[in-house]
Design a protein around this ligand. Structure first.
Ligand code: SPV
Ligand code: MN
Length: 626
């Protein structure tokens, strides 16, 4: 063991020592001292909330060649290694103590062995480099929602990205005094080659739920390294479960209905399934695009965006489909692009940006020219499918005024959506909270995307779009969601949406812009403005209400045949889906609440009754009471 006080005094300059000691938190001091002892950096930089300190990260990222400046003020570009382009689910594990009750569906490793392994990779990992000690907040500062966090990293890119994504937390640490209630993250990118992590075979993300501590090593990709993002979400789910609130993979947005009415909605979608672009819909306002905390206050559900920035997928962001983001990405403001293509004029390019791409430049594979292949003979795309941008929400024209409200926003509705080519209709309201949680959230399936390593396009179960991040047994998570509405006067209405439905010819039935209509219909329903048609699974829009929304908001004619094709209830597909999902619960989730099976069974009966009456494919017009 070492003497924390002595070690900190020896290894920090007087200025940085003073900054650390001004926060009178022994647990935090021990954590920093241990990290120094383990990683052995050449120097230590302690960040306060001062703008100069934040600016330092940006400068350092460029000096260390982890970012390069682009030809627009405030814009930089970062590259992750060729094999480090997405979250590594296989190497992200919970450190399991001997008496853990985590189910088998969560990836884990025996704790002592895991800690030994990851600490051996962190040993001396910062030799010759500077350790950055950063303080941030999850959620707005000074609020019931706030969770203070400390991030230690040797990557100026990670620190810079966090300064965009999170609110400063040094002053929050001053306020919590000696409290041990904060999250801790330690990250080292490990040995570098051409400024990217070299030892990808030793990439590890290990999560210690007992200690609220996450280790990350030999990786740079944000989803593996930015502690406050998906690593903190796992810790927060556990904390919320113990304290009676929810941590969700959800955007938060203000939907703007008739006569200036505003209604806040949250939405959970798996990665790369339209979550950010929904939160950015034209004419609406954004609170957040990725992670929300929901709490009950005075018999209401209120929620905050955990972040203040966006780490969004850049693919297909273009002037037509995502005008607000496109505007930010093509004008001076602080943006970190990652894994895009940079041309010889230092201009960024990406897949689906709406203009022709150059045939050569620098990308995530190094020097690139059209036709270049990788070691396996696969053609390398100009920009990666999971290439990202990182920017401040307040830099966007549609930033919601309540972004930083410590009380959070009042939630009127929740949507669950996934990449589903053949089952769900484009939008449907659940009958009530319980059915919404069970039939919509807990039955969610989606086809895999480039946001995680592995094969794309495989239909997978993804409970509430949060499965990748769950840190408690799945049944308990479902029960927490069910119980959350207890004591709430008007729980949010729950909807399913599906932007990816295909017709018989295999083509998508809807355009990208149509999601605005589905969301605005949900807003009308949440305020009791329009009627709906009862189906076996929920409530769907009437043709005339959608036709009006298409006309008013997209200036488009919506035909009856289109409506019928999109909103036909596909009974065999719905039954097959319930069957598949039920089997997963039976086989893999021993603590599934009985009410899930009962509700599945009720819905199956309703589907079969409709099938007997109307056949396999039921037009919405057949369901309107004559
Ligand atoms: C996601 O993949 O869901 C993201 C990006 O929001 S990250 O989790 O950081 O990889
Ligand atoms: Mn996400």
């Amino acid at each position: 063991m070492f003497d924390t006080k002595k070690l900190l005094k020896e290894r920090l300059t007087a200025e940085h020592h003073d900054r650390l000691i001004a926060l009178e938190n022994p647990k935090m001091h021990d954590f920093v001292a241990d990290a120094i002892q383990l990683c052995n950096p050449a120097s230590v930089f302690v960040c306060t909330d001062a703008p100069d300190d934040i600016a330092y990260f940006r400068r350092l990222a460029v000096e260390a060649a982890e970012e390069r400046t682009l030809n627009m003020e405030g814009h930089t570009c970062h590259f992750d290694g060729y094999y480090d382009q997405a979250r590594d689910k296989a190497k992200t594990k919970y450190l399991l103590p001997p008496t853990s009750e985590l189910g088998e569906s969560l990836n884990s490793i025996e704790k002592t062995a895991g800690v030994d392994e990851v600490r051996s990779f962190l040993k001396d990992s910062m030799l010759g480099r500077q350790m950055l000690v950063c303080f941030w907040c999850l959620g707005p500062a000074d609020s019931d929602f706030t969770i203070p966090c400390i991030q230690i990293t040797d990557s100026p890119y990670v620190a810079h990205a966090e300064s965009i994504l999170y609110r400063p937390g040094y002053e929050q640490f001053r306020k919590i005094g000696s409290s041990p209630n904060f999250f801790r993250f330690i990250h080292s990118e490990g040995e570098l080659e051409n400024a990217v992590s070299k030892n990808i075979d030793k990439r590890r993300v290990y999560i210690d739920l007992e200690e609220n501590l996450v280790y990350s090593v030999n990786t740079q990709y944000g989803g593996n390294t930015i502690g406050l993002k998906k690593l903190a979400l796992r810790l927060a789910i556990q904390k919320g479960s113990a304290e009676g609130w929810l941590a969700e993979h959800m955007f938060v947005m203000g939907l703007h209905g008739p006569a200036g009415r505003g209604t806040y909605f949250a939405g959970a979608f798996p990665s790369a399934c339209g979550k950010t672009s929904t939160s950015m819909l034209p004419g609406q306002t954004i609170v957040g695009d990725d992670i929300a905390y929901l709490r009950k206050k005075a018999a209401q559900v209120r929620c905050v965006n955990v972040e203040k920035g966006i780490f969004g997928i850049i693919r297909d962001v273009n002037a037509e489909d995502d005008p607000i983001i496109y505007q930010a990405l093509t004008n001076p403001c602080e943006v970190i692009f990652s894994n895009i293509l940079v041309d010889s004029n230092n201009k960024p390019h990406w897949l689906g940006m709406g203009s022709e791409l150059p045939t050569e430049g620098t990308n995530y594979s190094g020097q690139w020219q059209k036709g270049k292949t990788d070691a396996k003979g696969n053609e390398i795309t100009p920009s990666h499918k999971n290439a990202r941008y990182c920017l401040n929400i307040p830099d966007l024209d549609n930033c919601d005024p309540l972004l930083d409200d410590p009380e959070g926003v009042l939630l009127g509705g929740i949507v669950y959506g996934g990449r589903d080519s053949d089952t769900w209709v484009p939008v449907e309201q659940a009958f009530d909270w319980t059915e919404g949680i069970i039939i919509t959230g807990a039955a969610l399936e989606s086809e895999t995307t480039a946001a995680t390593l592995g094969k794309e396009g495989v239909r997978t179960f993804n409970l509430m779009s949060n499965l990748d991040f769950l840190s408690i047994p799945l049944g308990r998570y479902i029960q927490n969601n069910l119980d959350f509405a207890d004591g709430v006067d008007n729980p949010p209405f729950i909807f399913s949406v599906n932007y990816f439905l295909k017709g018989k010819d295999g083509n998508y039935l809807n355009g990208m812009a149509d999601k605005k209509v589905w969301m605005l219909w949900a807003e009308l329903r949440a305020n009791g403005d329009v009627d709906a048609i009862k189906t076996p699974t929920g409530l769907i829009p009437k043709y005339e209400d959608l036709a009006k929304l298409f006309k008013d908001h997209l200036n488009a004619e919506y035909s009856q045949p289109d409506y019928v094709e999109q909103f036909t209830i596909r009974i065999p597909e719905n039954l097959a889906k319930l069957d598949r999902v039920e089997k997963i619960y039976k086989d893999k989730v021993p603590d599934t609440p009985q009410i899930l099976y009962d509700t599945f069974s009720d819905v199956c009966k309703r589907l079969k009754a409709a099938q007997d009456k109307h056949g396999d494919y039921v037009s919405p017009f057949d369901l309107i009471a004559k």
